[in-house]
Write a protein that binds this ligand. Sequence first.
Ligand code: CA
Length: 246
Amino acid sequence: MSSPEPGQGHGRRVLLVEDEEAVRMTLRYNLAAQGYVVSEASSGTAGLALARSRSPDLVVLDLMLPELSGEEVCRAIRQESDVPILMLTARGAESDKVTGLGLGADDYMTKPFGVKEFMARVAALLRRSERPPQAPPQGQLIRVGNFTADADSRRVMVDRQEVKMSPKEFSLLFFLLTHHGRVHSRDSLLRAVWGADFHGDSKTVAVHIRWIREKFEAFPSLPFRVNTVFGVGYRVDLAPGETLQP
Ligand code: CA
């Protein structure tokens, strides 16, 4: 990497959403010193607005925020992008709760934490997200019954109606469809869709599966089902008589 900025940040944009000013100042200072470009918000509402308008490379998101909670902000961002999210939580019950929720954040840190550890996690998340996506292969179209998924345009259509999907939702669905009829564990889906060195929680997969199902609830004629194989993982089954069309 050749970049004029000093440090590891190389001008990459980090959005800090944290209402505790002391924490925010410390993180901002250290990020800026490493060459990151930092924008800040002290409420969930302002944070979500900046996530949309600035398209940051990474979001650091506190859980307990005024107006919109970190949980709600995380969910809203995940519906729109795969920007890495580092969630900050307080010690104890709150951190147990958030990791259990499987919000779709990529990493979690419990306060108080050391700045060195924080900077290392930020750098690791950015490294990971800069790898090209593992799936799906380019230039492929899946057609089955009234359903199409186009890997070039990343559009999903059912009954000629577009179903909006986030990039990760699309990749996960595309992978399951191209390997339909087989059971895939959460870990194998993590590796296939998120990449070999994604070390996040495999609950991430369950969360994305739930979102995918919710999006298709309005289409009872969908020619496949995303099934849970209890204790093992997930499998896409085509409706009887359906095949993937060339
Ligand atoms: Ca807070």
